[in-house]
Design a protein around this ligand. Structure first.
Ligand code: FMN
Length: 208
């Protein structure tokens, strides 16, 4: 089994989502010791934003003359989508920034959302091609969106559910820590609860 582990927090060692995504992967490895884990730090890697010439590598658009730098980006898109398609389990550290996902995670999504590879257009509308996978999202946010007045401003978890659903992945599970900027005690309790949820859900040994 191949596990694809992505991190997208810009906060380095102070990141909450990086801690939670690492705990998820550790729990998976305890349960599946032979799992092969492929890791990408999307902040360190700096995948460039999608532009027309790069998109033309997997989405015909009339642009057909490419310089060497663009061809290298086409190769990068191919590497990223192949790796995604080959992975059964995708673990994503996904903080909320400005009500949505990190721009680095969006840049990765823009490379793997490819017609003919992860979805296709049909006369009945788009159909996902990446089914059969599970996506585990370590979701962190400063405020409270799982309920209450700000729920309608959650374009982070809702976007990830919609985006992976579009690619045919209905099994998107969220491990959430929210209210992380509401003070030290609230933050610690939220993180502890998220770690306990990981233990209960993904690690039978820890839950026993
Ligand atoms: C640039 C930036 C934008 C943020 N925007 C939001 C936001 O829109 N809503 C929110 O609740 N928290 C927001 N936060 C707080 C983060 O969601 C919170 O710090 C969380 O822990 C980030 O996850 P990380 O620690 O893994 O980076 C923002 C933080 C940063 C650094």
């Amino acid at each position: 089994m191949q596990v694809l582990h992505l991190d997208s927090s810009i906060l380095g060692d102070a990141s909450a989502s990086r801690t939670l995504s690492a705990a998820l992967v550790a729990a998976i490895q305890r349960r599946h010791p032979l799992a092969r884990v492929v890791y990408r730090d999307l902040v360190e890697e700096r995948i460039p934003h999608l532009d027309g010439a790069t998109a033309a590598g997997f989405r015909p658009s009339g642009i057909d003359r490419f310089d060497a730098a663009t061809l290298a980006e086409h190769a990068r898109s191919e590497t990223l989508v192949s790796e995604f398609v080959a992975s059964e389990l995708i673990v994503i550290g996904a903080p909320m920034y400005n009500f949505s996902v990190a721009t680095q995670l969006k840049a990765w999504i823009d490379r793997v959302t490819q017609p003919g590879r992860t979805f296709k257009y049909t006369e009945h509308g788009p159909v996902g091609l990446a089914g059969g996978k599970t996506v585990l999202v370590a979701s962190t946010r400063g405020g409270m969106y799982s309920e209450g007045p700000a729920a309608a401003m959650d374009f982070q978890e809702a976007y990830l559910q919609a985006m992976f659903g579009f690619m045919g992945i209905g099994d998107v599970r969220i491990v959430r820590a929210e209210r992380l900027t509401r003070g030290g005690e609230i933050r610690a309790a939220a993180l502890q609860a998220a770690h306990e949820a990981i233990g209960r859900t993904f690690d039978p040994a820890a839950a026993a």
